[in-house]
Design a binder for this molecule. Structure first.
Ligand code: MG
Length: 299
């Protein structure tokens, strides 16, 4: 499709929200069933995202400002991120695993089992400055054939896991219902994880002993949350039922940028990390803001 510009409705609820750049969204793509998993690849100036029920991924290219096919048979890929070497790490719901695409195009499986049982359906993923890979493992990809393969869980529950740089997998949480979007504060002292079944975002302190001081930091007053990201100011951007929302870490809703479709996930891209890309139901949107997404911390 040709890019269509639609007015962006900014709803400011707190002075800290000031982020307006473009007054419009660019609507890049509208032919998906449930788009998800956006990752911006700076070296190629492109963005990969998925269309999960159609089991395919697509690529937006900065040079042409167009979207084209990228991959078919993605194992119902959901969340994606980049690791410290610029390699794409992907949650494959259908194959029930987390994989990394090497620079030569080959696939390395990072995790597919825990204590003998297959993972449920990894949903979203983030890499920390020590090279560890953290991911969430709800049951959305095994609950029905819509975005994976219907099957039973083989695990004790739906948890957050950490894959250490040496490959060791550790279960980091025990009481989430459906852990989903995941992000660290820019200084990596706090972990934020969406429990989309509970319509809230929980915060934990990160230390040598694991996660402590777990608390509900942000509650959705409407719908629930899916993907989340931080900006350089240390505020959270969350995919929500009415578009994207910006929260302070104490739970204060700073503002919204409305969208005509429910958002599933988001990421910051572009040379200055100030182009906010949002996957939303059938679509991919972007908007250039006057603030930037948090950059990965140097190792
Ligand atoms: Mg998700």
């Amino acid at each position: 499709m040709t890019v269509i510009k639609i007015p962006a409705r900014f709803e400011q609820l707190d002075p800290r929200f000031a982020c307006a750049g473009d007054a419009w969204w660019e609507h890049h793509f509208d032919d998906g069933r449930w788009t998800e998993g956006p990752v911006y690849v700076p070296a190629g100036r492109y963005l990969i995202f998925g269309d999960i029920p159609n089991d395919r991924s697509l690529r937006w290219d900065a040079a042409t400002n167009t979207v084209g096919p990228y991959e078919h048979d993605t194992n119902y890929a959901n969340g994606r991120t980049l690791d410290l070497h610029g390699r794409v790490v992907t949650c494959e719901q259908g194959a029930r695993r987390v994989v990394r695409v090497e620079h030569d195009g080959s696939i390395t499986v990072l995790a597919d089992r825990f204590e003998g049982g297959r993972l449920n359906s990894p949903n979203d993923v983030v890499v920390t400055s020590d090279g560890a890979v953290w991911f969430t493992d709800p049951t959305y990809g095994i609950k029905s054939p819509y975005e994976g393969h219907a099957s039973e869980s083989e695990l004790s529950g739906n948890h957050v896991y950490r894959i250490a740089p040496n490959g060791t997998i550790a279960q980091m949480t025990s009481d989430y219902v459906q852990p989903n979007g995941i992000a660290f504060s820019p200084d990596e002292t706090s972990l934020f994880v969406v429990d989309s079944a509970q319509a809230h975002i929980r915060r934990s302190s990160v230390g040598d002993a694991g996660l402590t001081d777990d608390t509900v930091a942000i509650r959705a007053d409407q719908g629930t949350f899916d993907g989340i990201r931080f900006d350089t100011r240390g505020t959270i951007w969350a995919a929500a039922v009415d578009g994207v929302r910006n929260y302070a870490t104490d739970g204060t809703l700073l503002g919204k940028i409305h969208l005509p479709e429910e958002a599933s996930n988001l990421t910051f891209g572009g040379p200055k990390r100030n182009q906010l890309f949002v996957t939303a139901t059938r679509s991919l949107y972007s908007i250039m803001l006057n603030i930037s997404g948090a950059a990965p911390r140097a190792a």
